[in-house]
Write a protein that binds this ligand. Sequence first.
Ligand SMILES: C=CC1=C(C)c2cc3[nH]c(cc4nc(cc5[nH]c(cc1n2)c(C)c5CCC(=O)O)C(CCC(=O)O)=C4C)c(C)c3C=C
Ligand SMILES: [Fe+2]
Length: 425
Amino acid sequence: MTESNPDIEISRRRLLGTVGAAGAAGLALGATGGVLVQSAVGDDPTAGGSGASGAPASLGAAQVAFHGDHQAGITTALQAKGHVLAFDLAPGAGRREAAALMRRWSDTARRLMAGETAPTADSGIALDAGPCALTVTFGFGHSFFDRTGLTARRPAALDPLPEFSADQIDPRRSNGDLWVQIGADDGLVAFHALRALQKDAGDAARVRWQMNGFNRSPGATAKPMTARNLMGQVDGTGNPKQTDPDFAKRIFVPDAGPGPAEHAWMAGGSYAVVRRIRMLLDDWDKQPLDKQEQVIGRRKADGAPLTGGTETTPLDLDRVGSDGKVVIPSNAHARISAPAQNGGAAMLRRPFSYHDGIGPDGAPDAGLLFICWQADPLRGFVPVQRKLDRGDALSEFIRHEASGLYAVPGGPQPGEYVGARLLEG
Ligand SMILES: C=CC1=C(C)c2cc3[nH]c(cc4nc(cc5[nH]c(cc1n2)c(C)c5CCC(=O)O)C(CCC(=O)O)=C4C)c(C)c3C=C
Ligand SMILES: [Fe+2]
């Protein structure tokens, strides 16, 4: 099948419309439509543009559940397109307006993730397409709780992140009352969701900042692989795996706390740290391969540790070379960020790359929309970033330009909207 054959293309679109709404029938479409890709709902969120399950499915028909214990977009396989944005509540808007907005947003997200049209005035941007693994994830920033009179229910985990010595943070592109992450394997589907959610905000909230990102498209590689970033490195290897016995404990807030009962609304939720990290690509690209590999401590070609093996071989941090020095340098990024070097601190990294053209300095305004998930940022991002800030060889080639921390509540049950346990409780 080719995209240039209009007859076949139309029938594929019809199929996508049907199967998109039906969801699970995607496998059949994959077989008949010839658009074979990996399932978008794999078990490795950093597998580039496709899940690791190996099951063939149609890219368009891939559907992620809106309801569940956890919101979608945390353990979902990386999608090809992403929009992350923060809103501030409008002057005069409080808890009632916020609750109504979360109700509207949840309804829209549920429908769009099922491949349906938006509830009001659908723009038509995604007509003909299936859900394309669309996910919409909602979070609350520190300032949301004061704005809505809910300060007593704000978890301590949402206290502002410490400042790090190398930070060059732009406050206008940081924080915000509400945070929305959109991911999809199709650019039009992602943009459609973005527009619909922005319209839903109405007079209740205004966009504070927006960033747009991308990852590898499903099917781009012959087999499912860990994604690469814009420095060319295999990025995501050391992520906790859903099959790890302590995965849920590390990434999701448990049912009973931590913290006082008034924070119980976060059960099943997670904390998202979002950092816009610019890569100084012109400098990076001038480095010889061996220097680039020393900076990370892994081989560029396949992501294997410099101490040998394959991508998944554990780093041998104690191995000393013939020159008497440790093979994985003491300032290598993978050494410094390893859980073993940080009292077990771990996070689930689920980033998007970004490229916003050329900056005023004449260099690419490109890098990583670094998004990481954890049950408690003080036992995830913060200790690791403190250590990286002190002596990471990668620091010379990156710049943290924006920052946010958001409480992402647990997933909605049928009939419930995201955040209801906070706003209604
Ligand atoms: C504070 C957390 C981290 C920031 C910020 C960060 C930025 C950053 N990382 C890369 C590239 C790679 N990171 C890798 C591993 C890795 N990084 C962090 C944390 C942060 N990275 C952790 C916890 C780990 C895993 C360590 C482990 O489990 O052993 C790697 C190696 C491959 C991998 O494990 O993913 C790469 C490559 C960039 C480019 C970047 C900022 C732009
Ligand atoms: Fe890293």
